[in-house]
Design a protein around this ligand. Sequence first.
Ligand code: DGY
Length: 431
Amino acid sequence: MDDGRDEDTNADRAATEERRTEALDVLRSNRAEGYTIPSATLYPFQWNWDSAFIALGLAGVEPAAAKEEVESLCAATWESGLLPHIVFHTDAEGYFPGPEEWGVDVEETATSGITQPPMVVPAVRRIYEETGDDGFLDRVYPALERHLEWWVRERSFDTSVVYVRHPWETGMDDSPAWTDPLAAFDPGEVVYEREDRKSDELADQRPTDWDYDRYVSLVREARAVDWDEFDLRESCPFLVEDALTNAIFVRACDDFAALAAARGDDTAATTWREQAEQSREAIRDRLWDEELGTFVSYDRVGDRKLEANSVAGLASVFGEIPTKQQFERLRRTLRDDLLAYEFAVPSYVGDAFDPDRYWRGPVWINTNWLVADGLRRYGSADLADRIDRDSRRLVEREGFFEYFNPETGEGRGSDRFSWSAALYLELTDSA
Ligand code: DGY
C-alpha cells in the first residue's frame, strides 16, 4: 500500500538537508580568518558569545572550524582574565564604538573593555566531547580557567553571584529589565553615530537613542578609569546581577569541572563543582521572584530586584538553578505567559512588550536553545520539543534571521545571522 506518510518524511528530510546546506553556506560566507562574524551587515568583528554559539553548532559538522573559532576568541583574553565581548581583528569603518573608542589592545589586537556570558566553556565541552582532542583542550584550558577565576574575583560582591557593568555584557542589550537602572543616571551630552539608528528599516527594531546615550556613557566612564574593576565597583552607575549571565556562569563552572576531570585534575574539578553549587544556592535565594514565578536580576546600585518576566529567568534551567519547587512554578510561568504566543519563546512579556524590537519581545534562537537544553535536564522533554520545533519552524519559514516576531513569526534584524544558522545545525544534528 502506498504510504503517504513515508513520502512526507522523505520530503521533510530533504528540506531539512537543504536548509542545513544553506546554514553552512551562511557560516562559511561569514567566516574570516579563524573566526566568524555574526553578520555582514551589522557586526563585522568577532563577538564573544556569538562565537561560542557558532562553535557549538559547528562542532558536529566542521569540528576544525569550531576549534579555531574558540581558540581565536581565547587568544584575546586579557591578562586579568576578562574575555572581551568584541575582538577587532580588522579595521572596519562604520561600526561604533570601534577600536579607537575602547582604546584596548591584547597582543596587538584591539578589543572592547567589557565581557559577555561565558558560553565559551559549554562550547568547549561540546567540542571536546565530539572530538576527544586533548591537544585542543590543553590549548584553551588556561584561558578558560583564568576567565572563570576573573568572574569570581572581579565580578562578584560575595564570590557567588556575578554581576555585569554594562547592558551589552548580558547580551540582552535593551531588555526592559534595564530601564530602571539606566534611568537612574544622567548620561550627559554624548555624541556618536550608530548605523542601526540611521537606518529607516531598522530604527524601530533596535535600541533607541535614549538607550544608546547610556550605553556609550558607560563605556566612556569605564575607559576613564582604565577599566579598573575595583574602581568601577564603587563608581559605575550600572551594576546588575543578571539572571542569564548567572545561569550561564554556573553552567560554565560545571562544564569546566567536567573538562578538568577529563584532564585528570581532580582538585580543579572539585573546586569548580563546589563553586557552581555555592553560586546556585545564592542565586536561588537572591534572584527568585515568587510573584512573577521566575528568576529576575538584581540592581546592586539601587539595591532592588528588577522585576521583569523575561527569557533570562527561564534560562536559569540551563544552569540547573531552580529547586524542584521553583521549577514547578517556573514551568507554570512558561506555560501561562511565554507559551501563549504563536512562537516560543518571546524574550520578554509584560507592559513594555514590543514584538519587533530587539530584546523587548522577539524570539531569539540562542535563548530558545538554552531553555530547551535546560528543560531536558529537568525531564520536561515535551516543552523542550515544542521550543525546538518553533525554532526550526521560524528558520525554515523565514531564513536565518537575527530574531523573530513571536506573534507573526516574521524575521527581524539582520538576515544570514551566524548563530541562527549554527544552532539550526545543532538542532537538526541527528535529523
Ligand atoms: C551592538 O553593537 O549592537 C552590540 O550588541 C554591542 O555588543
